[in-house]
Design a protein around this ligand. Structure first.
Ligand code: NZQ
Ligand code: ZN
Length: 381
């Protein structure tokens, strides 16, 4: 085990009715001005907005709305939110949505507190923000685990980069699985595949063979696969949604990652693909994972075999990758670049730019080169 310091910053309210329980307990800790942030409008159609507004009004809060936060949130949208937060002297940000809304708000919370350009501060000056507006997260789409960590993935459109920024974790998180019942099947599955990916990406990082983290990661993978299969049969299976919601949080709340190194090379490739195409995160991962794993399977054959046996009940390293690819098909996830949502045609020329701007990980089974990243991406065409 590597040395670590661990403390947990987010108070979690899980289960049906969690929003009322959380807001009645938490709102009195903050001043009157609340920024209510959400995406393109699903919260208005499924009643979550009305429920939260009533709770905020009952607590005597003045609400400023920050709406239209898009999937793969942009740095420009962060600046819009930060300007609103400054103008209205916001005391608490309430982020209501999936990973995109939550991530955008994490960076708004920091940007609103400084005149300095946050991107330059983090990536050029290599400093972290000193102060943030407190925030809470109400999860309506699970998978990223964004509600329980201090990272945020933001697309800088001008720089053509999608990158993880450091931020403060939400002070509290509402996880009501009933809120996810209105998600279309495609988003449920892409979110759950993201969870599976987080567990695999952690597992394939370098660690001692008997690290407890590997056991936890395998358990999360197995449970995610079981509950994806339940949701595929019945998208209104509340228990399956509950299990997936907690799998999602468990995979990204940091517990699995302490004391070890992680891989996350597939995420680096997907994030850069997203920077150019705006593709759906979980779907992009589904396309890339099997191709990446076929490249590194002989660099960690025992680990692949252990995953195959535990999660899919198959024998051998290559069989594990085949089983993962078959599962992706079973889920109806995209398997080729051409099936991804994209703002532009995905060509080898585009993939060259994606590959050349992709971060290379050094704690995965084998460090790739930009040329090998390009080969992997082209194999997905
Ligand atoms: O915008 P609205 O209308 O709300 O619709 C959203 C959006 O279109 C819809 N939706 C959300 N809740 C719903 C609902 N539709 C019906 N009923 C509901 N209850 O779902 C769509 C997708 O939402 P989004 O937030 O984009 O999805 P997701 O949660 O997958 O988040 C993806 C973002 O998170 C980042 C990704 O890169 C991507 O930008 N990630 C964040 C991580 C983190 N902070 O820890 C880790 C991840 O690896 C990931 O990179
Ligand atoms: Zn992810």
């Amino acid at each position: 085990m590597q040395s670590f310091v661990y403390s947990y910053p987010t108070k979690v309210y899980f289960g049906q009715g969690a929003a009322r329980q959380a807001l009645e307990a938490e709102l009195s800790h903050y001043g009157p001005q609340v920024l209510l942030a959400y995406g393109g409008g699903s919260v208005k159609r499924n009643g979550v907005y009305d429920e939260l507004m009533a709770l905020l009004r009952a607590a005597g809060k003045t609400v400023t709305e920050f709406s239209g936060i898009m999937s793969n949130p942009t740095y420009a949208k962060v600046q819009e939110g930060a300007a609103l937060a400054r103008e209205h002297q916001i005391d608490l940000i309430l982020a209501v949505g999936g990973g995109s809304v939550i991530d955008c708000c994490k960076i708004v919370a920091a940007q609103a507190k400084t005149e300095e350009d946050l991107w330059e501060m983090e990536f050029t000056a290599h400093r972290l923000p000193a102060d943030v507006i407190p925030m809470g997260a109400v999860v309506t789409a699970s998978g990223t685990g964004a509600e329980m960590n201090g990272g945020a993935v933001i697309t800088n459109e001008k720089k053509k980069l999608k990158a993880g920024m450091a931020a403060a974790a939400p002070r509290f998180a509402v996880l009501d699985p009933a809120y996810t019942l209105t998600l279309p099947m495609g988003q449920v599955i892409s979110g759950a595949f993201d969870t599976l990916s987080h567990a695999m990406e952690t597992y394939f990082g370098q660690s001692d063979a008997d690290n407890v983290s590997d056991e936890v990661a395998l358990a999360i993978m197995k449970n995610t696969v079981v509950n994806i299969r339940r949701v595929l049969k019945d998208n209104q299976d509340l228990e399956a949604h509950s299990n997936l919601m907690w799998d999602s949080a468990m995979a990204e709340n940091g517990i699995m990652k302490v004391g070890r190194k992680t891989d996350f090379q597939a995420h680096q490739m997907e994030h850069q693909l997203g920077a150019y195409t705006d593709c759906n995160h979980g779907q992009g991962l589904a396309v890339i994972h099997p191709a990446y794993y076929r490249h590194i399977v002989q660099d960690a054959p025992e680990k692949f075999a252990r995953l195959g046996k535990t999660v899919f009940g198959v024998d051998g390293a290559e069989a594990a990758v085949d089983a993962l690819a078959a599962f992706i098909q079973e889920c109806g996830l995209p398997t080729r670049m051409g099936q991804l949502r994209s703002t532009m045609e995905i060509t080898p020329e585009l993939l060259r730019q994606v590959a050349d701007s992709c971060n290379l990980i050094s704690s995965n089974p084998r460090t790739l080169t930009h040329d090998e990243v390009y080969d992997i991406l082209c194999e997905c065409l």
